[in-house]
Design a protein around this ligand. Structure first.
Ligand code: HEC
Length: 124
């Protein structure tokens, strides 16, 4: 009986609490799994493509033909893998060196990928 005068106060506190708890209970939903692992691919050419899209497409375009800043058309390059690796490692003209950006392994994958861009490989 003595406590009855607290009931309106308790009701207000309860309303405030539930108003705050509502969005909190939504943001506390941590059941979404991390999906990055399943996206990663093991294929070297696909990996080279990812690296290319990330670091090379800004000048060469996704298909190698964009020519931004005078970037060479990579569908027309006749370079072999060794020459491609040399260019990627050391750069040329407006193209920066990627020596410190990529591992040797990654540069090889990029060179392999660049060779797949050419629809008519080995013209000579
Ligand atoms: C800042 C712009 C830029 C970026 C980024 C860039 N390139 Fe280049 N790339 C150029 C330019 C400009 C040339 C032409 C250089 C010249 O001949 O003077 C070139 C030339 C090349 C060549 C020589 C092709 C030929 O037949 O002469 C290859 C191969 C190449 N780039 C591959 C790549 C790869 C692979 C990447 C990513 C790791 C990359 N480039 C990133 C601008 C860029």
């Amino acid at each position: 009986m003595i406590h009855s005068k607290f009931i309106p106060l308790l009701a207000v506190i309860f309303l405030l609490f539930s108003a705050c708890a509502e969005p909190g209970s939504n943001s506390g939903n941590n059941t979404e799994p991390a999906k990055n692992d399943s996206v990663k691919t093991e294929q070297p050419v696909a990996e080279g493509k990812n690296l290319f899209t990330d670091k090379c497409a800004s000048c060469h375009g996704g298909d190698g033909t964009a020519g931004i800043l005078g970037a060479a058309n990579l569908q027309q390059t006749t370079m072999d893998a060794a020459a491609l690796q040399q260019i990627i490692t050391n750069g040329k003209g407006n193209m920066p060196s990627f020596k410190t950006t990529f591992s040797e392994e990654e540069i090889k994958k990029l060179a392999d990928y660049v060779q797949t861009l050419n629809p008519n490989p080995k013209t000579k």
